[in-house]
Write a protein that binds this ligand. Sequence first.
Ligand SMILES: Cc1cc2nc3c(=O)[nH]c(=O)nc-3n(C[C@H](O)[C@H](O)[C@H](O)COP(=O)(O)OP(=O)(O)OC[C@H]3O[C@@H](n4cnc5c(N)ncnc54)[C@H](O)[C@@H]3O)c2cc1C
Length: 406
Amino acid sequence: MSAKAQDHHKRLTAFMTEFVFPAEASYEEYRRAAGPDDHTVPPVIEELKILAKERGLWNLFLPSVSGLTNLEYAPLAELTGWSMEIAPEVTNCAAPDTGNMETLHLFATEEQSKQWLEPLLDGQIRSAFAMTEPAVASSDARNIQTTMLRDGDDYVINGRKWWISGAADPRCKILIVMGRTNPDAASHQQQSMILVPVDTPGVSIERSLPVFGWQDQHGHCEISFDNVRVPASNLLDEEGSGFAIAQARLGPGRIHHCMRAIGVAERAMALMIDRVTKRIAFGKPLAEQGVVQQQIAQSRNEIDQSRLLCHKAAWTIDQHGNQSREARQLVSMIKAVAPQMACNVIDRAIQVHGAAGVSDDTVLARLYGWHRAMRLFDGPDEVHMRTIARGELGKEKSAFAAAVTG
Ligand SMILES: Cc1cc2nc3c(=O)[nH]c(=O)nc-3n(C[C@H](O)[C@H](O)[C@H](O)COP(=O)(O)OP(=O)(O)OC[C@H]3O[C@@H](n4cnc5c(N)ncnc54)[C@H](O)[C@@H]3O)c2cc1C
């Protein structure tokens, strides 16, 4: 780590131990008392945001604002993964806002930035990104059916989206919506992105979908758009650039999830170690069983392999940009590896906890559910594997490969 990253790491570690971990109980208590379908914000979140900001632990994800490279940010995001529901948000480094801020940073006009990017960077509002639709296979963004048609000085939007993370949060004020502006254009140029304030007439948040039965605070919403009219000046970049914007947005967002997943896996590992040293079965601590030691060793191997791959991907983004062929390949690699690794480690931690592991008395079941879902969102595993395979198949033969294959 650079001296700058080390300094941030030290301060973030202190912030997490002094304020974030102790806040977990009150966060949980608030949400339990509010009920499973409540999406109001536990007060401790806004309290901690003030403290993080005062300490300069704010907007660390955005290189042009924080001055940190992606490689410097990776171990910091990992730390926040240890308290996944609180730490990313209170440092203003939570999805989907981070991806949305990146998008606005890259594509918004001065006016759009003033209205939406500035309050997001300041943590005053939250946002959501609306691409996926229930009616079509949305892992291929070219399938999107929502229409976004020009009518005078406006665009009129009609369609249905789902799994729109963050839209149930009362602080969510703006949606970045992907729709079709020109069905006759080439398949990558039919889509555009537009800014839609949540309170625009015709926008209806129908429900929030649970992940394995669990409703998180921000929600994952099904939203209908019924003749939603917004000014043409809300368009991001130009008509037909929606697919390209989605690609630019998803690169950093994907790797940030992976950085945090490594921290989550470390937490599961810590719980696993604690449990196996304290729990006695068949006359000795679980830790003395060879099979349990195998599980611990396998977990350590997988976590450290993932971290190295993640750092390599972050470094590659720093060197070549997130749109470079090298970076896209590595981001797909880590996105296919890290969520599966986290699932493996959490699953082993669940197993050594016995029945307690699948209850809500530990965080493990919820963490498992989230990382299982991560194998779908921001690109299902298979789509990333396809990218990786195509990269390999398209590579020019090395001299050695030519020598051994003819
Ligand atoms: C918790 C959560 C949060 C989400 N948040 C958001 C959000 O904020 N905004 C948003 O727009 N979307 C969000 N999503 C939606 C998510 O991005 C999509 O579910 C994802 O892109 C897959 O689209 P789909 O569900 O339509 O699956 P489909 O496209 O129908 O794919 C189904 C399955 O087909 C297989 N498959 C697809 N393509 C291939 C291929 N080329 N080769 C082999 N197999 C393949 C894969 O196994 C895939 O899982 C979220 C999803 C979840 C679960």
